[in-house]
Design a protein around this ligand. Structure first.
Ligand code: G3P
Length: 216
């Protein structure tokens, strides 16, 4: 399973990329607005740091305007994937832009039919928001199970990108279900590095090693 960072923050991205296990980045208008400044310049810089797929989202809502904005976003860098929300207008834009060879990440997916329609329109990725479903007492990971199962029956070539991840358990469940990608906030990736038994174990190894050396 590929691991993406869900962030528009260059500092977070630059601190995690050297791990060598980050495959791409997802941003959204809220994340980029939080950073302030020139969003296009931030996306360009992220592309240079990561050298993998970087999702940048349109803010237009009418298909013609989405298509025009998507083409402009795609010009920022070869790594840019254009993120388009799942709406009737969005589906038309996905069909048109995919036909031009522009990779699309369909965002705000909350049902299996939305994922199926996006795949049929030619989207490279679908982004089901698991955390936001959990937030309303719905089962986000059940949606991932359904989409993975449906996509397994066909040859869409659309990847399941688990988004709105809130905890390491979302990553575990996504991997068990065979999702293609999990995009995580930096704090969730950081949390995966915390395990008391690893800390205790390492401390003991180093202590034993030093004691043995002193005994020689
Ligand atoms: O980037 C889309 C998605 O991951 C947003 O997550 O935490 O705002 O629901 P969240």
């Amino acid at each position: 399973m590929k691991l993406f960072i869900d962030s528009g923050n260059l500092h977070e991205i630059e601190s995690l990329v050297p791990l060598g296990i980050i495959d791409g980045i997802t941003t959204n208008p809220s994340l980029l607005a939080k950073e302030g400044g020139d969003a296009r310049a931030i996306v360009k810089r992220i592309c240079e740091v990561v050298k993998g797929p970087v999702s940048a989202e349109v803010v237009a809502t009418e298909s013609g305007a989405m298509i025009a904005e998507g083409r402009e976003l795609a010009k920022i860098d070869d790594h840019v994937v254009v993120k388009i929300p799942f709406t009737r207008e969005g589906i038309k834009a996905i069909k048109a832009l995919s036909g031009e060879g522009i990779r699309i990440n369909t965002t705000l997916i909350f049902s299996a039919t939305q994922a199926l329609f996006a795949a049929k329109a030619g989207a490279a990725y679908v982004s089901p928001f698991v955390g936001r479903l959990d937030d309303i007492a719905s089962d986000g990971m059940l949606l991932i199970e359904q989409i993975v199962e449906i996509f397994d029956h066909y040859e869409f070539g659309t990847e399941v990108l688990v988004a709105s991840v809130r905890s390491p358990m979302h990553i575990v469940t996504a991997a068990r279900m065979g999702a293609d990608i999990c995009t995580c906030p930096a704090k969730v990736i950081d949390a995966c590095f915390n395990h008391p038994l690893t800390d205790i174990g390492l401390e003991k190894f180093l202590k034993d090693w030093e004691q043995a050396k002193r005994g020689k």
